[in-house]
Design a protein around this ligand. Sequence first.
Ligand SMILES: Nc1ncnc2c1ncn2[C@@H]1O[C@H](COP(=O)(O)OP(=O)(O)OP(=O)(O)O)[C@@H](O)[C@H]1O
Ligand SMILES: [Mg+2]
Ligand SMILES: [Zn+2]
Length: 295
Amino acid sequence: MGSCSSCSSGNSPQGEGCAMAGNQPGNAAQCPAQEDKLKKALQRIKHKILVLSGKGGVGKSTVAVNLAVALALEGKHVGLLDVDFHGPSIPKLLHLEGRRPEVIENGLALPIEIEGGMKVMSLGFLLQRQDEAVIWRGPVKMGAIKQLLTDVQWGDLDYLVIDFPPGTGDEPLSVAQMIPDADGAVVVTTPQDVSTVDVSKSITFCRQLNIPILGVVENMSGLICPHCSQLINLFKQGGGEEMAQRMGVPFLGRIPLDPQIVESSDQGRPFVFHHQNSESAAAMRKIVQPLLELS
Ligand SMILES: Nc1ncnc2c1ncn2[C@@H]1O[C@H](COP(=O)(O)OP(=O)(O)OP(=O)(O)O)[C@@H](O)[C@H]1O
Ligand SMILES: [Mg+2]
Ligand SMILES: [Zn+2]
């Protein structure tokens, strides 16, 4: 792997971790009437894909947005649902901050449709301020998520991609238990041991909940040089793939740490659409191939 003369970087690929302190377990067990309502609300969705990670800041939301857009670019009807109450980042990533979903008859809300027809719903649309989320109590959060799952009129979708809260604690657990018939989980990690150890817990988490693992994505794997666009093997690569092998689950592929992904994300422009010819976008499109083959 070549490296370039112009780069010396002390960047850390790790985002900040997410504190999951002090929350009560959500009401995981549901009554049959609620289960029915959920099933009915989501029955016109062919495939439900959970994007999760045992660790915060590894790029779950970035991966969720770009996988959803990559599926839409394949001509699929796609919805993207953000249930991360720690800091719903989908509105920011798609430049939809401050938008409010339209409420139609029966109190149902319409997801916000973006260019290309992808439909988006986020807990962030329900919050007045971004920092409001942190003061919610567990049961209130769960109520809001239940509402997001039951009271949104998605219409017919091929895929609903769901961006999960980080970790394997009570909150993601409660949300996962609310979603009937999920096709499976895409588990995001960075290559370092400090991430893969936490993220392997997500796989155990899914197994305990009988959620199939669609595969592991190794994000921030190598660095795309901002000067010459060469891939530099700056940090350890392959940790996600090794972890997938060790845990006996498919490996979907790796996405490099790419300054243009940060820039795109900060501008609210989905990378995979706006940089279609880049190596990183090709990596993202490769990762959705197995998802396109779901029957
Ligand atoms: N492949 C990548 N290359 C460069 N930057 C990336 C990449 N993936 C994610 N990022 C950046 O890393 C930061 C964290 O990403 P993101 O918000 O998607 O992580 P997350 O796992 O959803 O975090 P949280 O646990 O807080 O929900 C963002 O600034 C994002 O732009
Ligand atoms: Mg996120
Ligand atoms: Zn370079």
